[in-house]
Design a binder for this molecule. Structure first.
Ligand code: RP5
Length: 183
């Protein structure tokens, strides 16, 4: 199948089924309302045939669930965690505090402050606990999955090949239509 080389700008609200197998990437988000954004991450992993699990885990509304999730994530076979949240977005940082796995944080665009609150909450981690912070919104969710894929590709030739193909296809798309206005 040809993989899409563009960020999907159409918000996806339905569920996305993970490929079968041991989940390698955990996607968590603070609310069901984050799914329209975070589905971009799930979709890219599905396109790469990488098994993931996907859950609503709120740092504030379900703190015990967050700690259980983060503390057991590595033992559960996950290798990377993608955490999306909006507003006072403490989910990625608190998750990172409870797991040795790399955590990529996605600032969800909030209605009141357009995601500035989410971005600053996620990016300003104290020295010693790291979260890799992505762009606000769907591009950030997509790129979080891309980074997760790049991590997995270090030890998986099949994934590395698909990544090369994706890169090449987006390069080819530009080179095939380099004149603005002529597609
Ligand atoms: C955060 O608050 C969530 O990550 C979400 O982005 C935001 C709003 O949540 P809802 O009020 O829509 O559940 O915890």
């Amino acid at each position: 199948a040809t993989m899409s080389a563009t960020v999907n700008s159409v918000e996806q609200n339905g569920p996305i089924t993970s490929p079968t197998g041991q989940p390698k990437v955990g996607i968590i988000m603070g609310s069901q309302s984050d799914w329209a954004t975070m589905s971009a991450a799930a979709q890219l992993l599905a396109d790469f045939d990488i098994a993931f699990d996907c859950e609503v885990v709120s740092a504030h509304r379900t703190p015990d669930r967050l700690f259980d999730y983060a503390k057991s994530a590595k033992d559960n076979g996950l290798q990377v965690i993608i955490a999306g949240a909006g507003g006072a977005a403490h989910l990625p940082g608190m998750c990172a505090s409870q797991t040795p796995l790399p955590v990529f944080g996605v600032p969800v665009k909030s209605s009141m402050l357009s995601g500035w609150d989410s971005l600053l909450s996620i990016v300003q981690m104290p020295k010693g606990v790291a979260v890799g912070t992505l762009a606000i919104g769907t591009a950030g969710a997509y790129n979080a999955a891309l980074l997760a894929i790049q991590v997995l590709a270090l030890h998986d030739e099949a994934i590395a090949t698909k990544l090369d193909d994706l890169r090449q296809s987006q390069t080819d798309t530009i080179l095939a239509s380099p004149t603005p206005g002529i597609i």
